[in-house]
Design a protein. Sequence first.
Lengths: 225, 961
Amino acid sequence: MESNLFSRRSFLKMSFWAIGLLSGGDVAMSMKGPWPSYAMIIDLQRCMGCEACVVACKIAQDTPYGVFNTIIAGFKDKFSEGPDLFMPLLCNHCEDPPCQKVCPQGAISKLDNGIVVTDWGLCDGEGLCVKACPFNARHLDPRYSFRSAKCDFCVERLAKGAVPICVETCPSHARLFGDLNDPLGEFKEYLDKGGLFSLGKKHGLDTRVFYAGLSFSENRGLLSK
Amino acid sequence: MKLPCVVKKAIECLDDRDINVIHTVCLGCNARCGLRCKVIGGHVKEISGNPYHPYNRLGSPIPYGTSIRDSINIGASTCGKPLEIDGYCFNERRILVPLKRAGKRGEGKFEPISWEKLIEEISEGGRLFAHIGEDRHVPGLRGLLSDEPIDERLPWLGSKRNKFLFLTGRLQSGRKEFIDRFVKSSFGSINRIGHTDICGLGFRMGNFAFTEGRQVELKADPWNAKYIIVFGANIYEALQPGLNTYGATLAKRHSEGQVRFVIVDPRAQKAGCHAHKWVKIMPGQDGAFVLGMMRRIIEKESYNIAYLQAPNEDAARALGNGAYVNATHLVIWEKGHPRYGRFLRMRDLITRDRGEKDDYVVIDELSGLPCSFREVNRARLFFNGEIDTSDGRRIRVKTTFQIVKEEAFRYPLSGFARLCRVPEEVICEVADEFMANAPYSATCQYHGAGNYVNGTYAAYAIAMLNAFSGSIGRKGGYLASGGGFGSWKNGRYKLNDFPGKRHPSGIRISREKAKFEGKPPAKRPWFPFTKGGLCVEALSGVDEAYPYGIDVLFLYFFNPVYSIPGGRRFISTLKDENKAPLIVSIDIGINESNIYADYIVPDVTYIEGQYGWLSPHAPGFRFTGLRSPAIEPVTKSCDDGRPFCLETFLIDLAKRLDLPGFGQRAIPVVGEKQDQMQHLPLNRAEDFYLRAYANICESAGNIEPDPEATRFVERNYPVARFKDILRKDEWEKLCFALARGGIFQGYEKGFSGSIFRYGPKRFVLYNEVLAGLRCSITGKKFWGSLRYVPPVYSQNRDYPFVMVSYKTALQTQSRTIWHKVAIELHAENHVEMHPEDARALGLGDMDKVRIISPWSKKGVVGLMKISDRVRRGVVAISISYGHSQLGAQSLWIKDASKAVLGGAKVCKANEVIGNKGLGQGVNPNRLSALDPHFHNTPLVDLVGGIPDFSSSCVRIEPYAL
């Protein structure tokens, strides 16, 4: 099996500088497709690291043993002396996906709604996409002729009007899902507030997973003596 | 396009044709969240939260009247545990048939036994193991059906019926009442004993003293508090309400800047990532920290004086609180006085024409004169002086707050700081912030607070902080549970009453709630002042046959050898046929404890049965969750179709033994004419539970039949095939509740303005009952109020680290080792240590180490994890790992593939093949301290019987063969 950072032993630790801050304008930039234009916002000040989303995704999406479409990594905030924050990771659904570019079979598509999907009718399991992904979000599934898979925002659930299973399961509403073209409720509030960041900036990529709540809260002063 | 989700059939739960949807109640842990189960082909394919249930929607459920159709599209959350229900229920190692021991106790050899033979052998006893060379007569239950005293010289111990001991592990309302019916009301034994002690008796004892025994669980209101101090409550990983409710609410409100919380714990916990402060306290020193805070608050006079001065409920209500605290009540403090240490009463005063003679006495703030606590709205907080009494004496009296103050001033602030190893300025900051947010500041204490020797006093102090802030019984403050709706036993079905009902008496084997009348020291401690549920002392009592020996021991869903700190001590007890002549376990698998049983009776999981009515934990809500099966039982069944499970077992035992309250004429019911009593049968579980549910729905009020709900239940719920047990109108009412997973109401309905409608109305800073009792070992009187009591551990050069344990978010005690994704994510637990401690020992991350304690010189071997989330001088090890059974080892079971669910997948001929993956990691309880004063049984506290989770010292060595 291809090595994959989303496997259980490889908890990522990224520094604050590893990720670029994204302004509200950048979010607008990433709204390419026609309605709807799906995106996820994850508030690190809400994530409890409980891994309910990881278990829910694992069961619903039935990934191979030891491989997960989403995991919770530790996140070291250099501005805080306190313990790490928890940072959920998943496919970032790049606007110009490196995985798509390298696929000789043309199996990877960027849907109009922003979601990056893999066509298992075309995928031949060569795995170039796995190596091309800077976020290590992809894996090859040995049970299905090593075809490539990753998070697809639970397209089957979206098609039925439900939200992705990780969003539905999250007890503290740390994961918010919505339509950038028609944002509603808390999802809209987070967009309006701005200060979101994405993991894509470092790699020069526009992405559809945004993070909120990095140590700007006053609650960061932990005691360490 | 061929998407992976289509190939993998991830889509099937969204196709509604062949799905059954059931709303029920979780038992992944005891937090009591709701569940929505989507069932296809007899398997739970998808789990989500129940939107009607407040615990699944951060306290904001959808309106109870919402139609089922509208509710189906509304999501709700759960934690990760119930998501694994299908793998748990269909675990390969589940036992499907009754097993009888086929080797020595603990040897791991069993053979299937027929249901009829099982019932006969346990009822009648006999030379049951002669075929494997045991030439002893095993006592059956029938031999104990005698009203003769256990000991003619000590008749107050009770009758021989008490020699039947039924210990319950994870028990909830429903099965609790069913088991009590069998053990207490029908068989007549007083010994049905729970496991409250290891569940978290320490913090409960603090509240027990604070509320005079009225309520043991109170917590800060996460929905409206502004400042919460969390003592030993693992809010992002465990607690009750669970992380899905309590932790998640705090996380969300924290992100919005509405609440700050402080973690007082040797571990930062996961919640440390969002905490306002992490107070790195030493284990067992919560009391020192709180007394330091109190000293600071009293010195600054920043306490909520208006609340403390309100001497009665009406005065407190006028301030917006649902309860008052007796800070101003006077205690007789005259040495030699016959009622020294008791409250002064109105009858003690010379001439009073007002107030009842038993009224407590306060000093009127305005006149300075003593008067009844009912007469005034404000009374003096500090008083230490003399008063003339009706017997002509002049005696010294003090207010309870005066007593508290004297204890808080016993040490300087620097002294308290040194004891708990928290800097003075941190104590001051937390105290000042706590008071600055009053009355929206409160404490949340759970398992870690007070779960150690002398923990009663630490937990009492933590509870008292809420009197200082004046947050008791008000929105955003320190709240009890609102309790449940309706009554299971009263209604048309008289479920707690039947001809021949027994009222057991005597002394429990655990000596709980009983006073020692002899000359101290007693052989083992007695516990007159306790919430009870002392399973540790019960087993120690069995071990020492004190105060009497038992003949028959039943274990229900209970793994004491694994789950009790020092529980391994009881291996020798369970192995000894003289100490426990007959052991029967009712469980879903073979664990570290029932490996010593003579018989193991298979049981159903919470998704196939385990009916129950579940009321909320503190704080705040009022509801009754109703559990009903999502799928048919997986265990094999009797010829008449009833599944092998707890209820079928107890019913058949009762019928074999001709016990009252079971069988054909078991349940009195009010007939069509009010004065006519008829009797209905109790032959299957549903005969009992459905009638209890009908009583609950009838007495809850506001539940009316609704055709949509009836259709929904009858289409989807397995329980619908028992609908004829109830009258049509009762069934239809019940459907309304079952369709919604219970009876619920929103948060606001628990309040009238800021006043919490439920819970105790009076809290005490001084408990005269506790103060009036003597320790059965030392003979000394217990102290009845606030006091710093040091922990019993002492680190030394040989054992320099104090060990603490905790639960992780995806695990609950022992049973969740069968949760496959949880194990896939985290195959084992670790020995967690601060980086500087590790450096001093030359240890690195993921090094293999041996952990050794004075009580386990061989120790256990685990992997090191270096973490700045643990304070120095402490090692933390999570529970749930380190199993030797539940599949970790091979077992010999005759014709194994027919006895366990996995069949040929996990069995070869007479062997169930072990899986080392189920035995990874370490169990911290193997290292825990034992008590040399009491035959090396597990260490317990002498006040309430609290088992000790925080006083075991260990050393860590690099692993070498």
